[in-house]
Ligand binder design. Structure first.
Ligand code: IMP
Ligand code: MG
Length: 210
């Protein structure tokens, strides 16, 4: 049963099955992540390295809560993703700042199989940063393939495909102010390509931890 507080706003009700993480929960958690990060990186020379494009919304909120000197750079990665599963990783934008001897905070939207972040951190590691930590909004430990974990996790979520607050399905839904789960029919919708690959679980309402 979908509870009242999980009902999406009217505008999105046709496409979103239920709200997994509300705007208020996101705001609260981002504030506490920022406090923790600020404490851990005080006095260092921090470079925030964010992965495009899924981090934009989370990153903008997080950055404004960090009152410490930092520089920001982006890495572009594309995973030839057929909708909801990732395969080979291609770098579409390289880092411009030098992170040798610096403190690095790598920010991504979600840690899923872990393939993306393990390749990105391996690449950054070659520059020999002083230390490198990982911050993700969402973590889906059930799907992990690569041996990697995040130092800062906004929310641990069940094995469900999440959209909103930067996360997309076929490049859509990044602008939702909350994190939600799509109605299964959207995976077949002609306006929303590509179709759902096999093995993706249908939406069932569930809570989140974190
Ligand atoms: P990984 O390499 O499997 O860990 O996947 C990481 C990337 O896949 C993330 O940066 C997302 O862009 C995408 N991804 C994985 N799971 C989801 C999801 O539930 N919703 C939206 N994008 C996802
Ligand atoms: Mg994506």
């Amino acid at each position: 049963m979908i509870q009242d507080h999980q009902k999406p706003p009217r505008r999105w009700r046709g496409e979103i099955e239920y709200v997994l993480i509300s705007e208020e929960q996101l705001a609260r958690r981002v504030r506490s992540l920022a406090r923790q990060i600020q404490k851990d990186f005080a006095g260092g020379d921090l470079v925030v390295v964010a992965l495009l494009n899924g981090t934009v919304v989370f990153l903008a909120d997080l950055l404004r809560r960090l009152s410490l000197p930092l520089r920001l750079d982006f890495i572009g990665v594309s995973s030839y993703r057929a909708g909801t599963v990732s395969s080979d990783l291609v770098f579409t934008k390289e880092l411009r700042l030098n992170v040798s001897g610096r403190d690095v905070l790598v920010v991504d939207d979600i840690l899923d199989t872990g393939r993306t972040l393990s390749q990105v951190t391996a690449k950054l590691g070659k520059q020999r940063p002083r230390r490198m930590k990982i911050c993700v909004l969402l973590d889906k430990p059930a799907r992990r393939v690569a041996k990697i974990s995040a130092d800062y996790v906004g929310f641990e979520i069940p094995d469900q495909f999440a959209v909103g607050y930067g996360l997309d399905y076929a490049e859509r839904y990044r602008n939702l102010p909350f994190v939600g789960v799509l109605r299964p029919k959207m995976y077949q919708h002609p306006d929303v390509i590509p179709p759902l690959p096999p093995g993706i679980k249908p939406a069932t309402p569930g809570g989140v931890a974190g």
